[in-house]
Design a binder for this molecule. Structure first.
Ligand code: IVH
Length: 718
């Protein structure tokens, strides 16, 4: 369910460091605010908890692009330039020789031109740029999966890499092999090199089969086929991909050496198919111009449900490959193609009941129980109604036929009511005035309703689920079904009690043999060592998400220091308040505003949180952060560095971590306050700015020298 909205936090460095006159441009401030929102919503999306529909997110990105283009931002300074990295620990990072970009898109929406007109505009610009009166096009399905780059050497599959951040991805060769989605050998190619681009996806039927198996085992089903496929590709044990029914298709070639390729996209698709690669040749079509392509796309919209896999639109590409080179690309997308996005899928279904869920921080969310309906690849039987204000505004009633849509294609939501189908006896919904779980009187905060009782059983359950979840304490095997048993059968109420569980107690539970109980006890023991950031995130403190938890842990280092500070802050100590929430500028925790600080430190200082932290400490849970202690290195400490370009041996984040560990600061843009610019290969405008301002430019070798030698700490840096 969506969480209480948090105020997206702006990037402090960018706001702090006025940059060459741009800071005086009000568009710059809007750009930074948009960037913060985009990052925030991307993070929620990646967590599988989008808070806004896809369309609203796209609008943010569109506005951001417009401004970023107008301000002439360099590709590496843009949040939209690179897709969020999908890097997973334990996977080897591989540099893409040819970056994996995204496609620009056209989408329907209020206030926008018709899709036909948008495509016609795009087409007219491309014809003008190519200097041609017309350009033949190819229309292909846009399968909703995970993009993949696959290298064939001498006709043999050599490597498969995820998109990652577009420049570097994760090596998933073993996983792709185990999934058996691509041929090991290309037919009729035994020399040269070919880098094929394509999409791995989960066809609807095999995805639903997999989910049915998960449910039968008492596990949570996967949210949707796309995220499911992405998760599968990152399984450490490739055997888990065998037989789950993933599929792939190839749509292009990024690089070829010693292999003769056709000169049009249409022929290339046939060529790929002829050499044994999976290509949906019969679903692609050629169009003479934009009008014909638009007609094809419109026909597809009506037929999308007929396909055995999900498509979220079509891709319209210029057929002539020599024109591709001529048209080039931005840092984000090529000019030779465009995605024609479908409107989000909607279905009408009957609303059986409205139930109220109580979240981990006590927020009440009304949820619609529906007659099951197939929607964008999954069967939907529940949908969020967000809050009671929204519910009243839409006047949703039990018995109504409602329209459901997926926000971010993950969480289904009720978007409207078909009034004409309302049964005559349907009555307006009355929101509860007591918590459905514990009966407490409710509190109203803006549009949200809260149960204020921290001992509320529903909250206890949700907090325990969150505490054990992957991004919090990551206790493997402790999902919702098990937590229900811990609460219902063993009477667990506090996360601290989890650490008292032993094999005999756990073995009393359903579906829990002694072996599983032992495994669980080992997983609980391992969770003791997650460190302060994870613990803080796990505590379900309002406004303390993953990033804030990490910032607090990094800044205070230990729970003791943090709690001492919280006590001073709550007591109104002016120095403490000025430390994190100064009247002007940014405090010690970037992005922490006064109102949020008030709420966070008050909750940290509250008796229940203090008691819980003490109980965790007693049970051996580590409450400090194993960051490298700052060991001031002369020449680095107190100096500000800006990193740019690709460094030969370190990722930029690694270099930044080492600079910080030596007491230095790392800024994102060059200004007169920058002491050194560390430049690697392909450094762009930052290097030029540094030269213009006369700021010393150093290379990685010099930086390492200043830091006192090669990396001896990066492994410990989080
Ligand atoms: S061409 C520059 N063709 O859609 C990228 N992409 O942003 C060129 N996709 O994740 C991609 N079906 O993996 C192309 N027939 C198709 C596609 C397709 C799905 C994905 C692609 C990327 C996204 C576009």
């Amino acid at each position: 369910m969506p969480r209480a909205p948090r105020t997206p936090q702006a990037t402090p460095t960018a706001l702090q460091q006025p940059e060459l006159g741009l800071a005086t441009d009000p568009r710059r401030a809007e750009l930074e605010a948009l960037a913060a929102q985009i990052r925030y919503h991307e993070a929620r999306y990646r967590e599988g908890r989008p808070e806004i529909p896809d369309g609203a997110f796209d609008d943010l990105v569109d506005r951001y692009r417009e401004l970023a283009d107008a301000l002439g931002l360099e590709p590496d300074e843009r949040v939209d330039a690179l897709p969020g990295s999908d890097h997973t620990e334990g996977f080897e990072t591989v540099e893409h020789v040819v970056p994996m970009l995204s496609l620009d898109k056209i989408a329907p929406g209020p206030g926008k031109e018709s899709m036909r007109a948008q495509l016609a505009n795009w087409y007219a610009r491309r014809c003008a740029d190519a200097g041609r009166p017309s350009l033949a096009l190819v229309v292909e399905p846009k399968v909703d999966g995970v993009s993949l780059s696959v290298l064939y050497e001498g006709g043999r599959l050599a490597r498969a890499v995820t998109r990652g951040d577009g420049r570097r991805g994760d090596d998933v060769t073993r996983q792709v092999r185990a999934a058996a989605v691509l041929p090991e050998r290309l037919e009729g190619v035994d020399r040269g090199l070919l880098e094929v681009r394509g999409e791995v996806y989960w066809p609807t039927a095999s995805f639903e089969r997999h989910n049915a198996i998960l449910v039968a085992r008492g596990l949570e089903p996967l949210a949707n086929p796309r995220n499911g496929a992405a998760g599968m590709l990152k399984r450490k044990d490739p055997r888990e991909l065998e037989g789950v029914g993933l599929a792939a298709f190839a749509y292009g070639v990024a690089r070829a050496r010693g292999v003769e390729l056709p000169s049009t996209q249409w022929e290339l698709l046939q060529w790929l198919a002829e050499h044994g690669l999976p290509v949906y040749v019969e679903l692609a079509a050629r169009a003479r111009d934009a009008d014909e392509a638009a007609a094809m796309c419109e026909r597809w919209l009506a037929r999308r449900g007929e396909l055995p896999f999900e498509i979220d639109g079509l891709v319209v590409k210029i057929d002539a490959l020599d024109v591709w080179d001529r048209l080039g690309s931005t840092g984000h997308h090529p000019h030779w193609g465009i995605a024609w996005k479908f409107p989000p899928e909607r279905r009408a279904t009957r609303l059986r009941a409205i139930v109220v869920q109580v979240g981990k921080s006590g927020k009440l969310t009304p949820v619609a129980e529906l007659d099951p309906v197939a929607l964008a690849g999954t069967t939907v039987s529940r949908a969020s109604l967000h809050n009671f204000v929204e519910l009243r505004r839409k006047d949703v009633r039990v018995g109504d036929t409602v329209l459901v849509e997926k926000a971010g294609e993950i969480i289904p939501q009720v978007v409207g009511v078909l009034r004409e189908s309302r049964p005559p006896d349907a009555v307006p919904y009355e929101p509860p005035n007591r918590c459905p779980s514990c009966g407490s009187s409710l509190l109203q905060e803006e549009i949200f309703t809260f149960c204020p009782n921290p001992a509320c059983p529903a909250q206890i359950r949700e907090r325990l689920v969150h505490f054990a979840s992957r991004k919090a304490m990551d206790i493997e095997g402790m999902g919702e079904a098990l937590v229900d048993q811990l609460v219902g059968k063993l009477g667990i109420v506090s996360p601290a009690e989890i650490f008292d569980l032993d094999v005999p107690r756990l073995a009393q539970l359903d579906r829990m043999g002694e072996r599983s109980a032992r495994k669980l006890v080992a997983a609980i023991a391992a969770a003791r060592d997650r460190g302060l950031a994870r613990v803080l995130y796990a505590l379900s403190i309002r406004h303390v998400g993953e990033a804030m938890a990490a910032d607090l842990a990094r800044h205070f280092g230990t729970a003791r220091a943090l709690l001492d500070f919280a006590a001073r802050y709550v007591a109104g100590d002016p120095a403490a308040i000025a430390h994190v929430a100064p009247e002007r500028g940014t405090g010690a925790i970037p992005g922490l505003a006064r109102k949020t600080a008030d709420s966070i430190f008050a909750e940290l200082d509250s008796p229940p949180v203090r008691a819980l932290l003490a109980a965790l400490a007693e049970r051996g849970v580590r409450l400090d952060e194993s960051v490298v202690p700052i060991r001031a290195v002369e020449g680095v400490a107190g100096r500000t560095f800006v990193l740019t370009g690709t460094l030969p041996s370190m990722r930029r984040e690694q270099a930044a971590a080492r600079i910080r560990a030596a007491g230095g600061k790392v800024a994102s843009s060059v200004s007169r306050r920058t002491d050194f610019v560390v430049a690697g290969a392909d450094a762009g405008s930052k290097l030029e700015t540094a030269r213009a301002l006369g700021i010393p430019v150093i290379d990685e070798a010099r930086l390492l020298e200043m830091l006192g030698g090669p990396d001896d700490v990066s492994g410990a840096v989080r």
